[in-house]
Design a protein around this ligand. Structure first.
Ligand SMILES: Nc1ncnc2c1ncn2[C@@H]1O[C@H](COP(=O)(O)OP(=O)(O)OP(=O)(O)O)[C@@H](O)[C@H]1O
Ligand SMILES: [Mg+2]
Length: 283
């Protein structure tokens, strides 16, 4: 072999390779998000299903008692006998508890229904079309999905302004909001507050996710949007959440920025055009 030097890789091949790597990155982040979502949903559904199941068991034992009473209508010698049975099954307690038990079970099933509706909204994740969408509805759906990660750590305050429909791929905006919410929850060392704020500013909408968590060190601030940058222990964070969010916002011709004070909290601000520049009326 006279010359073992590799010829330079042509620019278009390189760019195709980069593009491919970027696609793989997005795909792996999407898989991680779906995994996290599935784990969250399983946990969230497990709780109501658990108490509805145990309520059904109580219901069965209450019914056995109640049948004893109604069957005795035929066999009892006197009304006094019936009163005795009624007393022995602690009828008053049973009656009150039955009502609680049914109400609680109904609430549990309602909760499961809400989660399933949220999952349905999320499953449009492959939809790649820009269309006018209700950002607040997307945010509420997202809150339902990540509620399990948030509820023990933070109170969530919704400070929603008046927003028009925004031309976007809503499932992707949901994913950005989800990443920001999960990051905010992870940043909480003690119980705190996460505020979701929205407003219209000219031909843009502003979405803010503010937390009262531990904040971001100055030295990290300009690195957090880098792929694989994470301060979480190995196996905990992939460091892809914010880089994916950055890509999504960029694809929407918007901007994402961050302000943080260590020890006090962090605010992420997303600015999105209400109408996409190419598909709008151009005015
Ligand atoms: N709200 C926040 N408060 C404090 N630090 C934050 C906040 N959001 C992001 N960070 C910092 O930015 C880093 C990168 O965030 P990013 O979401 O990209 O990755 P990750 O959360 O570490 O991992 P992944 O989201 O892939 O599970 C985090 O590790 C954390 O150090
Ligand atoms: Mg993250």
């Amino acid at each position: 072999m006279a010359d073992d030097q590799q010829p330079p890789v042509p620019a278009d091949v390189l760019s195709e390779k980069l593009e491919q790597a970027n696609r793989q990155l997005l795909q792996s982040e999407k898989m991680a998000a779906i995994g996290q979502l599935a784990a969250g949903v399983a946990h969230e559904i497990n709780n109501p299903v658990g108490y509805v199941y145990s309520n059904l068991q109580s219901l069965q034992s209450y019914l056995t008692d109640l049948f004893r009473l109604t069957d005795a209508v035929d066999t009892a010698q006197s009304v006094e006998d019936l009163r005795q049975i009624r007393k022995s099954i602690d009828y008053d307690y049973l009656r009150a508890d039955l009502e609680d038990l049914l109400r609680e079970s109904r609430e549990g099933i309602e909760r499961v229904k809400v989660i399933i509706a949220a999952m349905k909204d999320f499953s449009h994740i492959e939809e790649e079309e820009f269309r006018p969408a209700d950002i607040h509805r997307g945010m509420d759906t997202t809150l339902n999905v990540v509620n399990n990660e948030l509820k023990y750590k933070a109170e969530v305050v919704r400070d929603y302004g008046d927003l028009p429909e925004v031309e976007c791929i809503l499932s992707q905006i949901n994913q950005v909001v989800m990443n920001l919410l999960v990051n905010a929850a992870h940043a909480m060392e003690a119980a705190g507050t996460i505020t979701l704020r929205t407003r219209q500013e000219g031909d843009c909408v502003i979405i803010q996710v503010a937390d009262t968590g531990k904040g971001i060190e100055q030295a990290h601030l300009n690195r957090i949007f880098e792929p694989f940058f994470t301060t979480k222990p190995v196996g905990k964070g992939t460091g892809l959440g914010l880089s994916l969010s950055f890509n999504i916002v960029e694809k929407h011709h918007g901007q994402i920025s961050v302000e943080s004070t260590p020890g006090q909290g962090t605010t992420f601000t997303i600015r999105l055009p209400i109408v996409q520049p190419l598909s709008g009326d151009g005015s």
